[in-house]
Design a protein around this ligand. Structure first.
Ligand SMILES: Nc1nc2c(ncn2[C@@H]2O[C@H](COP(=O)(O)OP(=O)(O)O)[C@@H](O)[C@H]2O)c(=O)[nH]1
Ligand SMILES: [Mg+2]
Length: 441
């Protein structure tokens, strides 16, 4: 990397402090050219300085210097803390650009960190998750990935693959010999254990989506049962219009909030009834769509009324979708047929905290006790291809296919590991083979 890049690291808004980052071989030279008081550049120390561009004072700043290779990117880096005024940030950036830096593209600092071997791909990706984590589990998952949880697991699998490949490829050199059944069984056992680990990793993908995008909670039921009132109560703000007129909510409304340590997306829907007009009909169609997509459905009926007279019909749900049946307006009395539902009153607040507790428990139940991290879609796609190849390799051994075919499937697995972690190698497989077998055998 020849050029020196610069970019603001904080959003363009009024704030106490803003941070500008610069990375590359000319970082020290560029910053020095903006100083009047010389800058020795001892690494990992803070310097309070005034920045000038020519005669013009840019700002009082605090500089920190990170010397290659002991920096985030692995290159020489300067971080400039200035006053949190977007205009000041712009002028400092401009000065750095005029002195020879180039504006960094999105993610370029982390990309350099990866290319310089400061982190692997999964760790680089975890940094994005870390920034977006909206709840405790999401944060823990990002932290586990960032500290190399997935790479360590994959590198163990990789070592095992290389070992197995060495055995399989030994047969390629001796075409007259088939893989002996006992060797085959033992290899299959090891590959099955690996397949197991892969399917555990793959099963974390939907959870990882939930962590990134939030769990979707959908409020469903007839008009006027108190869905919008509950929506506002869960959000603790008046987002949706509440009115005694049925059909007030005509579209779906979405809002994000936190319940317990989870980021959730709550969707308020138009109640289902015979629509008066096209707009309402479209709202009802969207409501049905939302219910089908929800992770958790809060199905409301009016507590004092006989539920058999309620026209709302919950659509067919998938197995993993959860439902809480709620008897709302419980302050107005509870019909005997609604006794087993969760009694709730937005007016008195009765049952609201308990409802949040129930929701929290259900959200927690989506995650296994030992959940540590979730793989992202890119990793999931590569893992799925890997699992497929692994499966073919297992079948190949079972069906006594030529070792070349089995080896090629195992190579495919290795490539996928390389793709996920961001390393590519095939030479070390050869090394392994020659380490295990002496010449002449
Ligand atoms: N008594 C009582 N009235 C409620 C309660 N929740 C909502 N309402 C009233 O029921 C009417 C319909 O509420 P709304 O939230 O708009 O229902 P939606 O059509 O299902 O969204 C409004 O007049 C609310 O004030 C409750 O817990 N108790
Ligand atoms: Mg409503």
């Amino acid at each position: 990397m020849e050029d020196t890049i610069v970019a603001p690291a904080t959003p363009p808004a009024l704030s106490a402090i803003a941070l500008i980052r610069m990375s590359g071989p000319k970082s020290l030279e560029i910053i020095s050219s903006l100083l009047r008081k010389s800058f020795k550049g001892e690494p990992q120390r803070l310097y309070y300085r005034k920045l000038y561009f020519g005669e013009e004072l840019l700002d009082d700043v605090v500089l920190s210097y990170w010397k290659s290779p002991r920096s985030y990117t692995g290159e020489d880096m300067i971080e400039i803390s200035c006053h949190g005024n977007p205009y000041i940030v712009e002028r400092i950036l401009e000065a750095c650009l005029k002195k020879g830096a180039r504006l960094a593209s999105p993610g370029e600092f982390t990309k350099r960190a990866f290319l310089n071997g400061k982190m692997d791909l999964t760790q680089a990706e975890a940094i994005i998750d870390l920034i977006h984590a909206g709840g405790m589990l999401a944060l823990k998952s990002a932290q586990a990935l960032q500290s190399g949880g997935l790479s360590k697991e994959l590198l163990r699998i990789r070592a095992e693959l290389i070992d197995i490949l060495a055995e399989v490829e030994a047969y390629i050199d001796f075409p007259e010999e088939d893989i002996q059944p006992e060797v085959g069984d033992q290899l299959i056992g090891r590959l099955l254990a690996m397949e197991n680990k892969l399917s555990t990793l793959l099963s974390s993908a939907p959870l990882s989506r939930v962590l990134r995008e939030g769990v979707t909670i959908v409020l469903a039921g007839s008009p006027n049962v108190g869905k919008s009132s509950l929506f506002n109560a869960l959000l603790k703000e008046n987002r949706a219009i509440v009115s005694p007129h049925p059909g007030t909510t005509r579209d779906t409304i979405e809002a994000e909030c936190r319940i317990g340590s989870f980021l959730v997306k709550i969707i308020d829907t138009a109640g289902q009834r015979v629509a008066d007009d096209q707009i309402e009909a479209e709202g009802i169609r969207r409501a049905q769509e939302a219910v089908k997509r929800g992770d958790l459905i809060l199905h409301l009926v009016s507590a004092p009324d006989d539920p058999s007279t309620d026209p709302y019909v919950l659509p067919q749900l998938q197995a993993q979708q959860k439902v809480i049946a709620i008897a709302s307006k419980a302050d107005l009395g509870i019909h005997p047929a609604n006794k087993d539902k969760h009694a709730l009153s937005i007016v008195t607040g009765m049952g609201l905290e308990e409802l949040e507790e129930k929701i929290k428990k259900i959200l927690e139940s989506f995650f296994p006790m030992d959940f540590s991290y979730g793989v992202n879609p890119r990793q999931q796609a590569a893992l799925a291809k890997m699992a497929e190849a692994l499966n073919k390799a297992i079948l190949g051994i079972k069906n006594s296919l030529p070792p070349e075919l089995i080896s090629s499937e195992l190579h495919e697995c290795l490539e996928r590991v390389g793709e996920i972690v961001g390393l590519v190698s095939s030479e070390d497989i050869l090394d392994k083979i020659f380490q295990k077998f002496c010449i002449g055998k």
